[in-house]
Structures are given as C-alpha cells and as structure tokens.
Design a binder for this molecule. Structure first.
Ligand code: ADP
Ligand code: XUL
Length: 528
C-alpha cells in the first residue's frame, strides 16, 4: 500500500485525509481527522475561525494558529493513527483562498534551522511582519479595488488579464491596503505567501511557489501565461515582484519533507511535498470534475459553484472568476459569502438544530406562499453588496419555518442566476461541503436548477482533492504521468442512493420565482 496525505487548511478547521493505493490497485480512504480552530485553540480567540474586530468588514485570522494546527495534525497522524507511515509517499494541501501571510527576512533561515525538540509555534513567533492575516471574508478594501481598476484601465482589462475583476477579498487589494496603511511593515516584508503556499513552505522547510489555481485568486497573475502580470503588480504596490514567490504548475513538487518533521515525528525524509492549491481548485479534483459539462456546488462556510473549463471564459459582467485548474486547464467559480453563515443565523434565531431546520424546510410549501428574502446578513460577494441587510418580502421575521425556506430558496436561486455566464448546460450537480448532508436543501437545489443532484462518498472534497493531487504529483515526479480519470477512479464515488431528481411542478414554480427574485435583487442593490 502506498499512502498519500491531503491536508485542508480551511476557514474554521484543519482537516486531513490519507488515501491508500494497493498493489492490485485497490483504493481506500484510510484516515480522516479534523481539528476545529475555535474548539481546539481557544487561546487565539477566533469565532468561526475569524478574529473579532470592531469593523465588521475586517476579517483576519492568525497564521500562528494555522501553524499550531499543522504541527498537531502531523503529530496525530504520526503517533495516534495506525497508519504504516513508512508507506507515506507524498503530501499536498488545500488552503482557504485569497488569505495572505507576510514574512520578514530571516524566515527561511529560521525554517531551515528548526529544532525538532520544540514545537513550531514556539519557533515561529517572530517571523511575521504582519501578525494577523486578512482572509477571504474581508471586505475592507473597496478603495484599493477602485485604485487598482483605475490603474490597469478598468475591471474588464483586469478580468481579461487575471481571470477576475478587482474583488475586496483578493490578495492584490489586500496587499495594497497593507502597503497604504502600514508602509513600514510592508517594507520589512520579505515574502508574501498565500495560505496554501505558506503551509507548503512549512512542510518543505523552504519558500514554496504559488500554483495557478490559487495564484488566480490574487488579481496579480496573468491567467494565460501563468506568471505574475507586471501591470497588475505595478497597480498594487511598489517592489511587489521581489516579495512574491514564483508561480509553478500545480502538479510539481516543492521538495521533500523537511528534517524538522522527519526528526520530530519519526517520518521518512523521503516524502514528497507537492504544491498546495486553493480549496476550490482542490475540490474540483475531489469531486471528479476533470472534464467539462457538470458543476459542483459546495455548501461550506461560503457557498461556491464551480465547473471545469477547457479554455478560460471570462465573465465580462464581473460576477465570476476563472482560476487555473490543478489539471493544467481552467475552472470557473462564483462565491457566495452568505452560505452557512446565513443558514446558521436563521437556524439560531429559530432555536433549531440542523434536524429542526430541515424539518422546518420540509414543512413549508415550494415557493413559500410567495414569501421571499434576500440573504445578505454580511456584505455579499455575489452579487456585490456592500451594505449588509436582510430584505424580507411578505415574510414576518418571526415566522421561523418560512424564514428557513426563504433563505434556502434565495440561496439556490442566486446560484442559478449568477452562473449563467459560464454557459454550462447543467444536468448534473455534485453537492459537497458541510451542509450537503441536508437533503432538504439538495431537493431545492435540484428543483431550482432542474438538474439531478448527487452527494459524494467523501464529504471533504478539498482534502480528498489534495490527497489525489499528492498521488498525481508523486507519479509525475517519477516520470509516470497519470490521466486524471485514473487518479480519481475509485476515490471519487457517488454516495449510493443519494440521487435527487427535480420535480416538474417545483421546477415551474422556481422558473417564475427566479424572475421576481432577480428584479428584487436588482432593486435592492440599486437602492443601496
Ligand atoms: P468549511 O467551509 O469551513 O470547510 P464545511 O464544508 O466543513 O465548512 O461546512 C461546515 C458547515 O456546515 C457548518 O458551519 C454548518 O453550518 C454546516 N452544516 C453542518 N451540518 C449541516 C446540516 N445538517 N444542515 C445544514 N448545514 C449544516
Ligand atoms: C473563493 C472564496 C472561498 C474561499 C473559502 O473565491 O473566497 O470559497 O476559498 O475557503
């Protein structure tokens, strides 16, 4: 058996999945574990993985918390699992996208000279030129987005070049804000990493490149050429090129596992560290979207809708993104910030647990007797909404069951309205993420999209995708490239009995409702 480890450093947790490939090609997931940040690391004071801040548009987390979780997870895998770690061949990972880590000069010497007797947190306390990392939920860079757009010649120029118009959470606007508000700290920054490349660097003990999947989430990378776009860098901050690691293909290796891990946890020093990527590119692999025609909807902290693209198709209206796919192709993505966040607000206001939430959803009629809401509990990414607010139509705030249905219908209608630019005829949707276990939600998804919906056997598609990328990269490095279908075979499997089909009468109700929703959405945004 050969083992491959996939790690997923997400907003709220660090997860690990180990896959095994046997001599007769038998394939199994042999280990899964999750460390929840809030619960396991109360000393960092995060709430849902985010540090509280007076300004609700500012959303930071602590890079040291991610360091602590990686150290603990490697310890759990090495000491508490029954895995035969002599068979561990490669590690890859997935990181929440857009988040950035700012490191002082000297960091790479520190990483190379780590003492395996001490934990990582004790040794890395002083390597950051910015204590906290802005993450993808941050919406505080509207002014910087404006400035970058103006400097490059408009949003559509930026989108053609980098795959996306300027978005608040993207790393470029975040870097510009850091440069503007803390110029000295910016000047003392030697390297700026993404969450993904930072975590890969910790494992390899050297600065890891950024892959085109996560690099495309920065507003800084030339999407076609897969290298830094100098015009975008110039529009962002001075001296930026020297602070960024290079871009390298997703299927390449960063190096070998550094001596720190080998000595601290008795692991072999011959384990490949493969490139990390963003959670959405990793999920693309983890749900088996290695060919065009199907989409996946991930219902996590945020909701995302994504699909494989053989060629980059840029959204000229600026709602969506195109990223590099780990296969070397492209992927389309739209992100809804008010995903689980909004569902949790409605659930908590009603005092339900998830079972109660699903029962309430199922007890209310399709179309909700005309009641509707716009679910902008926090500033929304798609469509762009700066001033949060929940708009209710023919809906009393204390009618809890109707609010449950209204939030789900709103979210699912928004996913179909805002994905039209991708031009994909959707007949099949793979549902993933924490809320995909809620089959009531999946029925609404199926009816709104008029498509069959399937769940996958492994819920954490980002961690699974990372493990599969480790497997692929290890073979590529050994001169034996594999077809992606061959990589995912046996691992990405539909959950038996999970198929949900659209109900014709419901599809008709939602077709009508979609138009009304679009009008109300447009009206609410324009009167913002
Ligand atoms: P992340 O984006 O952090 O990776 P996950 O994909 O792990 O998030 O999803 C976690 C979320 O799933 C939780 O915050 C919770 O809101 C949601 N969730 C868990 N179980 C259910 C359920 N039965 N119904 C709806 N939502 C659920
Ligand atoms: C994608 C996005 C989110 C994060 C969540 O653009 O912002 O999906 O990657 O982890």
């Amino acid at each position: 058996m050969n083992l491959y480890l996939g790690l997923d450093s997400s907003t709220q947790s660090l997860s690990a999945i180990v896959i095994a490939v046997g001599p007769d090609d038998e394939r199994h997931v042999v280990f899964e574990h999750t460390l929840n940040f809030d619960a396991e690391y109360p000393e960092y004071g995060t709430q849902n993985g985010v540090l509280p801040h007076d300004d609700p548009t500012v959303q930071n987390s602590s890079p040291l918390l991610w360091v602590a979780a990686l150290d603990r997870m490697m310890g759990i895998i090495a000491k508490e699992s029954d895995l035969d770690l002599a068979s561990l061949r490669a590690i890859a990972g997935s990181g929440q996208q857009h988040g950035s880590v700012y490191l002082k000069s000297g960091v790479w010497e520190t990483l190379r000279g780590l003492d395996p007797q001490k934990d990582l947190v004790a040794q890395l306390g002083d390597v950051f030129s910015r204590r906290n990392s802005p993450i993808w939920m941050d919406a505080s860079t509207t002014a910087q987005c404006e400035a970058i757009r103006a400097a490059v010649g408009g949003d559509s120029v930026l989108a053609e070049l980098t795959g996306s118009g300027a978005f608040e959470r993207f790393t470029g606007p975040q870097i510009r804000k850091f440069y503007e508000t803390e110029p000295d700290a910016y000047a003392s920054t030697h390297t700026i990493h993404l969450v993904s490349s930072f975590m890969a660097s910790l494992l390899a003990g050297e600065s890891a490149p950024i892959d085109p999947g996560d690099g495309a989430g920065m507003n800084l990378m030339d999407l076609g050429k897969k290298r830094w776009a100098l015009a975008a860098l110039k529009a962002t901050a001075p001296g930026l090129e020297a602070k960024l690691p290079p871009v390298a293909e997703s299927c390449s290796l960063v190096g070998k596992l550094s001596p720190y891990w080998a000595q601290r946890y008795g692991l072999s020093s011959d384990i490949d560290v493969a490139m990390w990527s963003g959670d959405n590119p990793c999920s693309l692999i983890g749900v088996g979207l290695v060919k065009p025609g199907r989409i996946a909807i991930s219902l996590g902290t945020s909701d995302t809708l994504f699909g494989f693209l053989p060629e980059p198709v840029v959204d000229t209206e600026g709602r969506g993104h195109v990223f590099g796919a780990p296969t070397g192709d492209y992927m389309s993505l739209i992100c809804f910030l008010n995903g689980s966040l909004a569902r949790e607000q409605i659930r908590d206001a009603a005092g339900y647990d998830w079972q109660g939430f699903e029962a309430a959803l199922n007890s209310t009629p399709v179309g909700n007797n005309g009641a509707m809401l716009l679910p902008w509990f926090a500033p929304e990414i798609t469509p762009r909404v700066e001033q949060p607010g929940v708009h209710r139509f023919d809906l009393a705030a204390d009618d809890h069951p109707a609010n449950v249905r209204a939030v789900i219908e709103a979210q699912m209608i928004a996913t179909t309205l805002h994905s039209e630019w991708m031009g994909v005829e959707v007949d099949t949707i793979y549902a993933t993420g924490g809320a995909s276990r809620n089959r009531g939600i999946l029925q609404v998804m199926s009816d709104v999209h008029n498509a069959r919906v399937y769940q996958l056997e492994t819920g954490n598609s980002a961690a699974l995708g990372a493990a599969l990328r480790a497997y692929h990269a290890h073979f590529v490095a050994n001169g034996q490239p594999m077809e992606w279908d061959d990589v995912t075979r046996g691992f990405v499997t539909l959950l038996a009995g999970s198929e949900i089909s659209p109900v014709r009468a419901h599809v008709d109700v939602y077709r009508e409702m979609k138009n009304l929703y679009a009008q109300r959405e447009a009206h609410a945004r324009h009167s913002e």
